[in-house]
Design a binder for this molecule. Structure first.
Ligand code: FAD
Length: 257
């Protein structure tokens, strides 16, 4: 049942965890933006700050949830995940106590259509995330095929507190080394004296700080459903159309709950 080993863990904050997992069968092929299910049995220990569970899961039952892959498919050592730990959560309150060497279930089958497959080479990418919704975009920017010759990439990351900016260093480095990536971090609950951008992600577009053009850009939205719904409405008004299996579009969405 548990077919993978934890090979790394970085605690960004007590409620934000980067977990690296090596499947026994090796890292599967996947496209940046796809996800797999991780799982642990009900008997697995929970975080000491976890809230009591309404109904305790059966000890032998595997609790499974979907997680976007944050690593690049070019990297074959492990799959990386960026996970928000919810004190009331069934699985995340158990994932939070995993340490190197522990065993975990990782679904061998990779899934998802939130990928760059249908984005023409000449289009720019505007990758907008809240919280751990940054994960699929890390996979994209870490992968060489994303970097088409003339393409510009904008990564927007909205969080609550400035301490929640996981991957800031890597994104700043990519921005200066490629000169083709704009990294826009924004914090909604930053202290008064913080000198970064303050507010919700929506504000960047509403205020015109971030300008997008349906003729030039493909926009990807990932994370909190409220942010996605607000921005979908705003982007429809600007002429964007949602991408689906049935109809090609320039607006791609992945809601986490
Ligand atoms: C395609 C897909 C990819 C996903 N990728 C990721 C990922 O990369 N990283 C990640 O952290 N999560 C991701 N999720 C969410 C993840 O699958 C779980 O829903 C989440 O980890 C909660 O699981 P849980 O068992 O701890 O909570 P549960 O006991 O299942 O409780 C779930 C409830 O918690 C709330 N909730 C879920 N996620 C959050 C959140 N981030 N913040 C606040 N409230 C939340 C919702 O109300 C939801 O109904 C993804 C979801 C989908 C559908």
């Amino acid at each position: 049942m548990l077919n993978s080993t934890v090979v790394g863990r970085v605690e960004v904050t007590p409620e934000l965890l980067i977990l690296r997992v090596r499947p026994d069968a090796g890292v599967p092929d996947f496209l940046p933006g796809q996800y797999v299910a991780l799982g642990l049995p009900g008997s697995a220990p929970r975080w000491d700050k976890a809230e009591p569970e309404g109904q305790e899961p059966a000890s032998d039952k595997l609790i499974k949830r979907a997680y976007s892959i944050g690593s690049s498919p070019e990297q074959k050592e492990y799959l990386e995940f960026y996970i928000a730990i919810l004190p009331s959560g069934s699985l995340t309150s158990r994932l939070s106590v995993l340490k190197e060497g522990d065993r975990v279930f990782c679904q061998p089958k990779v899934a998802g259509t939130f990928t760059l497959e249908h984005v023409p080479e000449e289009k720019n990418l505007v990758l907008v995330s809240t919280g751990t919704g940054l994960a699929p975009f890390m996979s994209m920017v870490r992968t060489s095929s994303t970097w088409k010759a003339q393409r510009r990439i904008t990564v927007v990351h909205g969080v609550r507190y400035p301490g929640d900016f996981a991957y800031a260093e890597e994104l700043c480095e990519l921005s200066s080394s490629t000169q083709r990536l704009d990294y826009l971090p924004i914090a909604s609950r930053a202290p008064q004296d913080w000198d970064g951008k303050k507010g919700r992600v929506q504000r960047l577009l509403e205020d015109g700080f971030l300008r997008v053009d349906p003729a030039r850009d493909h926009v990807f939205l990932c994370g909190n459903p409220a942010m996605i719904e607000d921005l979908e409405a705003l982007l429809y008004r600007q002429g964007f159309t949602v991408h689906s299996k049935k109809a090609e579009g320039n607006l791609h969405v992945e809601k986490y709950w």
